[in-house]
Design a protein around this ligand. Structure first.
Ligand code: TXA
Ligand code: MG
Length: 311
C-alpha cells in the first residue's frame, strides 16, 4: 500500500494503520469529526477519552494549538515521543478533545507517519491501534489482528523503535507528566531547566476511576490475568513469566525476557511484543517483574502496573 492511496483514504474520512517510532496508530483526519468518531467506534473507546493530534512540522502544530514559552522550548524534542497538552485552536473538532479546551499534539519521528501527514495535507488524530484496554501494537501484524477490518490499509514500517507510547506532558502552569513514555523526565527537565514532576496516580491519564475499580477494562491488558512478582518472591512454576534480564528464571519455565543485558530502552522496545507472545499461548496466569525505575523504566513499569490492573 503506498502513501498516496493511504492519504486518499484519509481524505475520504477512512482510517489508516500508521507506524510511528512509539507504537502503531489508528489514524483519521483530525479536522473531520465524522472520521474521528469512526476511530472511537473501531477501538471501542469511550468518547470522553481524547485523542492525540499528529502533525508533520511545527507550522502545522501551530494551527491546532497555542504554544507557550515552555511549549516552544519542548518542541526542540520534536519529531519525537513527546505529546504536549496545550490550549486548543478552533479548527480541532470537539470529537478529538472530548470537549476539553486543550488538545494533545505531537510530531512523530517516523518517515512513513510524516509522509502520510504531508500527503494527506491535514493533521491526523491517532490513538494506539489496539482495541480499547488491550496491548498496544508494535508491528503491522498486531494492528491487522485487532483492527484489520476497520482500516482502509495499514502502512508497514516494521517493528516500532521505541515500543512504548509517547510521554504526555502538560507544560503549564508547571510541567507535569500525565503519562510516562518514550522521553524520560530527566531529559524533559534538562530541556526546560526546571523539575518535571509525575502526576499523582489519580491525576494521570489512563488512570482507572477510583470509584469503579474492576468495572472498566484495565489498560495494556493481556487476555490472561497478569500479576506482578512480589519483591523477593520466587518465580512460580505454573505461570508464564515475563522477566527483565531473566538471570534467575527457573529452567524450563514458559517465559520471555525484556533485555538480557538489563538495557531499559531494549526492555521498552520489547515489552508489548513479548507480552503478546506469552499471552498467545493462553496461560492461566502471567507473572511479570518490574524493571528498575530509572529513565525509561518509569514508562515500562507504568505499563506493567496497568496490565496488572493497578492503574
Ligand atoms: O505514542 C503515542 O502517543 C501513540 C502514537 C500512536 O502516537 N498514541 C497514543 O494514543 O498512545 P492514545 O490515544 O492511546 O493515548 C493518548 C493519551 C490518552 O491517555 C488520552 O487520555 C491523553 O493522551 N490525552 C489526549 N488528549 C488529552 C488532553 N487534551 N488532555 C489530557 N490528556 C489527553
Ligand atoms: Mg492507547
Amino acid at each position: 500500500m503506498n502513501i498516496q492511496s493511504a492519504a486518499d483514504a484519509i481524505r475520504r474520512g477512512l482510517l489508516v494503520g500508521m507506524p510511528t517510532e512509539t507504537v502503531y496508530g489508528l489514524a483519521a483526519n483530525a479536522l473531520d469529526a465524522r472520521a474521528v468518531l469512526r476511530v472511537f467506534e473501531a477501538k471501542g473507546r469511550p468518547r470522553f477519552d481524547p485523542l492525540i493530534v499528529h502533525c508533520a512540522d511545527l507550522a502545522m502544530a501551530r494551527t491546532v494549538a497555542r504554544f507557550s514559552p515552555r511549549a516552544e522550548r519542548l518542541a526542540a524534542l520534536w519529531p519525537g515521543p513527546l505529546t504536549l497538552v496545550l490550549p486548543r485552536l478552533p479548527c480541532i473538532p470537539d470529537a478529538v478533545t472530548a470537549g476539553l479546551d486543550t488538545v494533545a499534539v505531537r510530531i512523530p519521528d517516523h518517515p512513513l507517519a510524516l509522509a502520510l501527514i504531508r500527503a494527506a495535507g491535514v493533521p491526523l488524530a491517532a490513538p494506539s491501534a489496539n482495541r480499547f484496554g488491550r496491548i498496544s501494537p508494535t508491528t503491522a501484524a498486531h494492528v491487522a489482528e485487532q483492527l484489520g477490518d476497520a482500516v482502509a490499509c495499514i502502512l508497514d514500517g516494521g517493528p516500532c523503535r521505541i515500543g512504548v507510547e509517547s510521554t504526555v506532558l502538560r507544560p503549564d502552569p508547571a510541567p507535569v507528566v500525565l503519562r510516562p513514555g518514550g522521553v524520560t523526565r530527566e531529559r524533559l527537565a534538562a530541556v526546560l531547566g526546571e523539575p518535571v514532576v509525575l502526576a499523582d496516580r489519580s491525576a494521570r491519564v489512563e488512570a482507572l476511576p477510583q470509584e469503579a475499580p474492576g468495572l472498566l477494562a484495565s489498560h495494556y491488558a493481556p487476555r490472561s490475568p497478569l500479576r506482578l512478582r512480589a519483591p523477593g518472591e520466587a518465580w512460580p512454576l505454573d505461570a508464564a513469566l515475563l522477566a527483565f534480564t531473566g538471570e534467575d528464571l527457573p529452567l524450563g519455565a514458559r517465559s520471555a525476557v525484556l533485555s538480557q543485558s538489563g538495557d531499559l530502552a531494549e526492555a521498552a522496545t520489547n515489552l508489548f511484543a513479548r507480552l503478546r507472545e506469552l499471552d498467545a499461548a493462553k496461560p492461566g496466569l502471567i507473572v511479570a517483574e518490574l524493571v528498575s525505575d530509572a529513565g525509561l523504566g518509569e514508562a515500562v513499569n507504568d505499563r506493567l502496573r496497568r496490565a496488572a490492573g493497578l492503574g
